[in-house]
Design a protein around this ligand. Structure first.
Ligand SMILES: *Cc1c(COP(=O)(O)O)cnc(C)c1O
Length: 398
């Protein structure tokens, strides 16, 4: 194997070394945090590739190159947050354009689309993405974008990426148009699922979650191999100033180095707990496509290499009992967000999905008795013992 060609490297090697050669001036093994706004020229027009940090910064470039390689893409762009990345991405569309996306879209993206993007005249249709045909049925003559998110939140529904891509590309070919397909790959991370390899045009990430992995940064990213889209994104990023700072980019690089080992442990811990919850008498349903009992288990095996740490479950009890359960947990901390090494619990109806009207929540199955867990990489025996003790207190009061 030719190791000079870094494209031949395996995932873990890329995660640790891509874009991160030793600093040429000092030999520093870890790329420095280039905390500089500007760059001194050796003469007029003589740059070393950088002139001003809004346009480009070596720490940001390194993080973008590393992440792009993990997704199998040619170009990467890092933004101050996941929502910032989505907002930046949407600027290439304009009044009269139509977008098809999923009805259980990430709440912040739903708010951005319905509260702000509609104001500039972009139209949206939200579909049940478990059946990929729903995306295709919703496509109109003015549809410019199909936006996928899989697994989705908080029910961990999967969308068949290959099927959506195949059908949209067929329409593009037949009607000579360019409907762009974008996937929010936040819940999976590139270690579990690489949408570009299925023919998706753009991958979006909230790096705040698994990529960063330690709940200590907020960043977003867009990755593509499409030169036309990449050119637009680069121009827009410089023109609007939606850039991420070098320290956050450095933290992201540090996080990505351990992505593979973390994801394996998230998978193992989450699956262990999902199986335990599944047999608990108070648990009605466990949402986790890695379970063989899941209606989407076959699709999971088809498009994901492993599962993440995200599971949700409904308990056979009222909201007061649910509150008692989550506040009784000692290791799982009650908090929004996900994807960090520490385990978190969340009550979607009153936390992450509180802005969704109650009636709509009901339609989406985000019931008051639904609990979401972001399973971390602690000793799984402790995590299970934590659930056991919190459940046993409920049994005692029941
Ligand atoms: C968190 C999240 C976002 C938004 O990212 P921020 O970094 O919080 O702005 C987008 N999509 C998904 C699936 C997320 O979980």
């Amino acid at each position: 194997m030719n190791l000079e060609n870094t494209e031949n490297w395996g995932f873990e090697t890329k995660a640790i070394l891509k874009g991160q050669s030793p600093d040429p001036t000092t030999g520093a093994t870890i790329p420095p945090i280039y905390q500089t706004s500007t760059y001194t020229l050796e003469g007029i027009g003589e740059t070393k590739g950088y002139c001003y940090s809004r346009t480009g910064n070596p720490t940001r470039s390194a993080a973008a190159e590393c992440l792009a390689s993990l997704e199998g893409g040619k170009f990467g762009f890092i933004y101050p947050s996941g929502i910032g990345a989505i907002h930046a991405f949407m600027q290439q569309f304009s009044a009269g354009d139509h977008v098809v996306t999923c009805e259980d879209l990430y709440g912040g993206a739903h708010r951005l689309f319905t509260q702000f993007m509609t104001k500039v005249g972009i139209e949206f249709t939200f579909v049940d993405a478990r059946d990929s045909d729903n995306y295709i049925k919703a496509i109109k003559p003015n549809t410019k974008l199909v936006w996928i998110e899989t697994p989705s939140n908080p029910k961990m529904h999967l969308c068949d990426i290959a099927s959506v891509v195949e059908q949209v590309k067929a329409i593009n070919k037949k009607e000579d148009r360019k409907i762009i397909i974008t996937a929010d790959n936040t819940f999976a991370s590139p270690y579990l699922q690489r949408p570009l390899s299925f023919g998706v045009d753009v991958v979006m990430h909230s790096c705040t979650k698994y990529l960063g992995g330690h709940s200590d940064l907020l960043l977003g990213a867009l990755i593509t191999s499409d030169e036309e889209i990449a050119e637009k994104l680069a121009y827009h990023q410089n023109a609007t100033g939606t850039i991420a700072g070098p320290f956050d980019c450095w933290l992201l690089m540090r996080g990505m180095k351990t992505l593979a080992v973390r994801m394996k442990q998230h998978h193992e811990n989450a699956l262990t707990l999902a199986k335990w919850l599944e047999q608990h008498p108070l648990v009605k349903v466990v949402n986790c496509p890695a379970l063989e009992s899941s209606p989407q288990h076959e699709l999971y095996k088809k498009q994901m290499d492993l599962y993440n740490g995200m599971i949700s479950f409904e308990i056979d009890a009222d909201i007061e009992t649910v509150k008692q359960l989550v506040s009784g947990l000692k290791i799982f901390q009650l908090a929004e967000s996900l994807g960090g090494v520490e385990s978190l619990s969340c009550h979607p109806a009153t936390m992450t999905h509180a802005a969704v009207p109650a009636e709509r929540r009901k339609e989406l199955g985000i019931n008051d008795n639904l609990v979401r867990l972001s399973v971390g990489i602690e000793d799984v025996k402790d995590l299970q013992a934590d659930l056991e003790q919190a459940f046993s207190k409920l049994a005692a009061t029941a």
